[in-house]
Write a protein that binds this ligand. Structure first.
Ligand SMILES: O=P(O)(O)OP(=O)(O)OP(=O)(O)OC[C@H]1O[C@@H](n2cnc3c(O)ncnc32)[C@H](O)[C@@H]1O
Ligand SMILES: [Mg+2]
Length: 198
């Protein structure tokens, strides 16, 4: 099987990429398979910049085509926060549960109609000695008042996905990949980038 490398250390993302790339005939490798490679610092000011930083750094190291995902949650009542800081919203240790608690606390007393939010995903593709490309996808939703469901990862338990009428964490992997920000970005990648899929 062909192989595609994703510059991520996030287990939830890695699982989703495995499931989404399998039908395309790709086996996914991630930074979880290269444990001698350290953390790549996300110094950009947009999702796109951070995705490019991650993809290019690993692509240079391995001299291979690499995809990276920079994603996050944008809450309207918090002026778009946590945004690019989603992973470390409640502290450097990147704790999903603490991040969720912080969102719920900040939105205490905020009524449903003001709890609108979206997930955003930028995917960057770095190809050795070519310039990098990015695509993005979004998924509209609302922040719930409490956790629901046990699928997925990250902020999924408190994100009500409008298109499905359910919490993201109540969706099976197949259902999530019909509507997610990540799946939408990947769709565009398939259209735009024949180089990795030929
Ligand atoms: O940088 P890598 O190694 O890929 O892993 P990361 O977890 O640090 O990933 P990001 O920097 O892109 O931060 C993404 C944050 O947004 C959250 N997130 C992204 N996609 C999500 C999804 O599909 N469902 C729930 N939360 C998501 C995720 O939990 C993180 O807190
Ligand atoms: Mg990160």
């Amino acid at each position: 099987m062909k192989e595609i490398i994703i510059a991520t250390k996030n287990k939830g993302k890695a699982k989703e990429f495995e499931q989404m790339f399998l039908p395309l005939g790709f086996e996914v490798k991630t930074l979880l398979d290269y444990n001698d490679i350290g953390d790549i610092e996300e110094t950009g000011s947009t999702f796109e910049e951070n995705a490019i930083i991650k993809a290019e750094e690993l692509s240079k190291l391995l001299n291979q085509i690499v995809i990276a995902d920079d994603s996050g949650l944008m809450v309207d009542a918090l002026d778009g926060a946590p945004g690019i800081y989603s992973a470390r919203f409640a502290g450097e240790e990147k704790n999903d549960e603490a991040n969720i608690d912080k969102i719920l606390q900040l939105l205490q007393g905020v009524p449903d109609e003001k709890r609108t939010a979206r997930f955003y995903c930028a995917l960057a593709v770095a190809i050795p000695s070519k310039s990098s490309q990015t695509v993005s996808g979004e998924c509209e939703g609302r922040i719930l008042h409490e956790r629901r469901g046990s699928y997925g990862f990250g902020y999924d338990p408190i994100f009500f996905a409008i298109e499905k009428g359910k919490a993201m964490a109540e969706l099976t992997p197949e259902e999530k990949s019909q509507i997610s920000h990540r799946a939408k970005a990947l769709e565009k990648l398939k259209e735009n980038l024949t180089a990795i899929f030929e």
